[in-house]
Design a binder for this molecule. Structure first.
Ligand code: NAD
Length: 524
């Protein structure tokens, strides 16, 4: 007969006692959210782990359908004046902003992946609200004097809906006689993100989602010209995150963005990674800091059209891509290289689709004087202006159906060589597709950013893709298909050619870390 088990001694500690003893040894239980906040019960965290007990924890981390925090109504009604006041992620000094973000990130380490997902989804929700989309898009145009609100609504919605979230962070596992090894994507800590005037809110939305999904906190350095709309967006994110029970100050900035503040952010020891989305100067600056840096820099995207293309469609796509947000996107068509055999037909089709052809050398000269600086770069006050506006400035009055100013030019012309970011589209002729591809590679200037081709010859398409090495390569579509408008795939507004990440996503903002369990947990 099997002997009876010994009786359990009544002196054995209960599970509750053991848990209480361990929590006490770890320094007690700390709520992540402010206990005096309207939704007092936050994610309960000890110094080592999230403690989740049904009925006790009542926040977005608990995945309960009746969770008070995840269904919390939040008012995003923040006036322009209130947007630039201190609080809700806006700090007086960069030092205070970084310190607050560092504390937030420390707390964030102990939130569950479900919590992260709910915070990221909360950011999406804020910017998928039509009234918010319309407000920030209109405000951006008013404040920066660049682009058009209708296209900015599309770009902001795209950033909110198609930037990848936590699903991007896939764990790898290897097991064998030596045990089990995991390679996981883990947060950097506090990331400093510098954002451009051309996509101010899109970049804040995209980077907040991607960086928080990877477990980081983020300090933004917006372009001063887009200050109010940037601070407003950051405050709206903070308000939503607070309602969801997130640690306070995961997304922060300063009240007066400036180059000095950006420099202070880059130099702060608690900022572990820098991400610059902007022109060549700021990309070079972050790469020279000695910190891990992601540089998403300038482009000069060429579009090649050969004799095998559907010319009518190519003409339509090129005008649409080039005029999107008045040519502000770094991915937008900046010059056309057309094979001579079809160039005249392409030009005529572009004219049918909203291109105004300028042939008079006197008008070309006036446009040069209007839009170029003495150094040959673009005049800031013409960047992101419409074709109607630019033509009007040189004495030509056209209707709103005109979206692009088309000019045939030699390849040496500054309109061809420079990234103008306005809908002036130069067209250069090439004798054949091979010459067109070589020219496209030359005009892309090694930025490795974006290029397009309209062709049905798969060998030539492949040849161009191999030679040009751009992060985004669109075949037979407008450039914006490359960021997910009418094309498959996720979006990013931080396209990192110079530092090699290419299309950024949460895993770009994470470190690959290895966890090794020796001689165990291999069950094969
Ligand atoms: P910009 O370089 O003038 O400014 C970008 C940001 O850097 C701003 O916040 C600005 O305040 C800051 N900055 C610039 N110089 C600085 C300095 N010396 N010290 C500290 N901070 C500095 O660019 P912009 O006009 O705002 O944006 C347009 C440029 O950005 C274009 O070249 C465009 O191609 C590029 N861009 C690239 C991407 C991409 O994903 N690769 C996306 C958007 C824009």
């Amino acid at each position: 007969p099997v002997p009876a088990p010994p009786p359990i001694k009544s002196s054995a500690p209960s599970v509750e006692d053991t848990v209480a003893r361990i929590i006490a040894e770890m320094g007690g239980v700390k709520p992540v959210v402010d206990a005096t906040a309207p939704f007092a019960q936050g994610c309960i965290v000890t110094d080592g782990m999230v403690t989740k007990a049904a009925g006790e924890v009542n926040c977005s981390c608990c995945e309960r359908s009746d969770c008070a925090l995840s269904s919390a109504p939040v008012s995003l009604d923040i006036s322009d004046e209130d947007a630039i006041t201190l609080g809700e992620g806006v700090f007086a000094t960069m030092d205070e902003a970084v310190e607050a973000a560092a504390e937030a990130q420390r707390q964030y380490l102990f939130c569950s992946m479900a919590a992260r997902k709910s915070f990221v989804d909360g950011i999406r929700e804020v910017f998928l609200d039509q009234a918010v989309l319309e407000r920030i898009s209109t405000m951006t145009v008013q404040q920066t004097g660049m682009g058009n609100a209708a296209d900015k609504i599309i770009k902001n919605r795209l950033a909110a809906s198609k930037t990848p979230g936590i699903e991007d962070l896939k764990t790898e596992a290897e097991s064998g006689d030596g045990g089990l090894t995991l390679v996981e994507y883990s947060a950097y800590g506090v990331i400093g993100s510098i954002t451009p005037t051309t996509n101010p809110t899109e970049t804040i939305i995209c980077n907040s989602i991607g960086m928080l999904a990877a477990g980081n906190a983020v300090v933004f350095s917006p372009h001063p010209r887009a200050k109010i709309v940037s601070l407003l967006s950051i405050k709206m994110i903070n308000r939503k995150l607070a309602a969801l029970g997130a640690p306070a100050n995961l997304v922060v900035t300063v009240q007066a963005p400036s180059i000095d503040n950006t420099n202070a952010m880059m130099a702060h020891p608690k900022v572990r990674m820098l991400v610059a989305t902007g022109g060549p100067a700021i990309v070079k600056t972050v790469m020279s800091t000695g910190k891990k840096a992601i540089g998403a820099g300038a482009g000069n995207p060429p579009v090649v059209v050969d004799e095998t293309a559907d010319i009518e469609k190519a003409a339509k796509d090129i005008v649409s891509g080039c005029s999107f947000d008045n040519n502000l996107p770094c991915i937008a068509e900046k010059e056309v290289i057309a094979v001579s055999q079809i160039a005249d037909f392409l030009i005529s089709q572009m004219q049918k689709n909203g291109a105004y052809l300028v042939k008079d050398p006197a008008v070309v000269k006036k446009l040069e004087e209007l839009v170029l600086t003495a150094k040959g770069g673009p005049q800031t006050n013409c960047v992101g202006k419409s074709a109607v506006y630019l033509l009007d400035k040189v004495g030509i009055s056209v209707g709103p159906e005109i979206r692009v100013v088309l000019i045939e030019l030699p390849k040496e012309h500054p309109f061809v060589q420079e990234e103008l970011m306005m809908p002036i589209l130069p067209l250069v002729r090439a004798t054949d597709v091979d010459e067109a591809i070589d020219l496209a590679v030359e005009l892309e200037h090694g930025n490795r950013h974006t290029a397009m081709i309209h062709s049905t010859d798969v060998r030539k398409i492949t040849k161009m893709a191999k030679l040009i090495q751009t992060t985004i390569f669109v075949k037979n579509g407008p450039s914006y298909a490359g960021i997910g408008v009418g094309g498959e795939g996720y979006t990013t507004f931080t396209i990192a050619g110079p530092t090699g990440e290419g299309l950024t996503s949460p895993k770009s903002f994470a470190r690959r870390r290895k966890c090794v369990m020796v001689e165990a947990l291999n069950v094969r």
